[in-house]
Design a protein around this ligand. Structure first.
Ligand code: PLP
Length: 277
């Protein structure tokens, strides 16, 4: 795979971000949400589609995973033709797709290294289950996510159920949450953003854990179930990293953006699930 030259990179005025994720036919999450949030930050969005889902507010009616070779082909086309400044992964579906993404990412960054270029930042949103309850990652693929892709991530953004599934921890108290996040750091990612949206209490306490320390971001908790919040957060962080911001600033701006939009969410026609604009 050849990488774009410096000369060609100057043709793009906005930084380019890449979403590696599934399509949500209802537009609330997945690729559709990622492109919307890239746009808010004035970042040019590119995609590698991993899956097509048929869904609405009532649930996920059908899922078709892309062949891993097709995911790889999309990645190679985008990475060799566009000056990608940051990427995010969402729904990856199965072991083969995760392996294809991880191998392509690793060889691309190795190639960059030989040219004296820094690795491209990668935001890993460990999408496992839809808000409606449908499985979006095959259960035997979790280990592969942990072993192949997580060590390449700039930041991993689990919600509490995802953090529990990735670490096998019951997360019954703050100490267990902290230990679980540290377990992910030890696996080689640079930072973990523990999202508290599925927690309880009047205040949301999102925690960013890096090797430099622990940073808390507090917001009032709103009533109701929201669709697309995980994608909005990860895509906004990806946009901030594409713009060249440091991780702390990027996470703060992404969470502020999410919490500004939450009150604007509207229920779907077939359930109380609220869609983030
Ligand atoms: N990606 C796709 C394709 C989805 O369908 C969903 C949820 O339904 C998600 C990601 C995760 O969405 P959320 O941001 O609500 O966690």
């Amino acid at each position: 795979m050849s990488l774009p030259t410096k000369h060609h990179q100057h043709r793009f005025h906005s930084p380019v971000a890449l979403s590696i994720a599934g399509s949500d036919s209802s537009g609330g999450a997945g690729i559709q949400a990622d492109l919307r949030h890239f746009q808010y930050f004035d970042v040019f969005g590119t995609t590698a589609i991993t899956a097509i889902t048929a869904q609405n507010g009532a649930g996920v009616q059908a899922v078709e995973l892309m062949p891993a070779a097709m995911v790889q082909a999309q990645l190679q086309s985008v990475l060799s033709g566009m000056p990608v400044a940051a990427a995010k992964t969402g729904m990856l579906g199965n072991h083969d797709i995760i392996t294809a993404v991880a191998q392509t990412w690793q060889s691309m960054n190795q190639q960059r290294q030989t040219q004296g270029l820094a690795p491209i930042p990668l935001v890993l949103d460990p999408v496992m289950v839809a808000t409606s309850g449908a499985a979006l990652l095959q259960s035997d693929a979790t280990q592969c996510l942990l072993e192949c892709l997580l060590p390449q991530a700039t930041v991993v953004t689990p919600n509490l159920p995802e953090l529990a599934a990735l670490t096998g921890s019951p997360l019954t108290n703050a100490h267990e949450k902290r230990q679980a996040a540290e377990q992910l750091l030890q696996r080689g990612c640079q930072a973990v953003l523990m999202k508290d949206g599925h927690g309880d209490g009047q205040q949301i306490d999102d925690v960013l854990l890096t090797t430099q320390g622990e940073f808390h971001f507090g917001y009032p908790r709103l009533e109701g179930e929201f669709h697309g919040t995980g994608c909005a957060t990860a895509a906004s962080i990806c946009a901030g990293l594409a713009l060249g911001n440091d991780l702390h600033t990027t996470v703060e701006q992404a969470l502020n953006h999410l919490h500004e939009r939450l009150p604007l969410a509207r229920a779907s026609l077939c359930s109380d699930l609220r869609y983030l604009p």
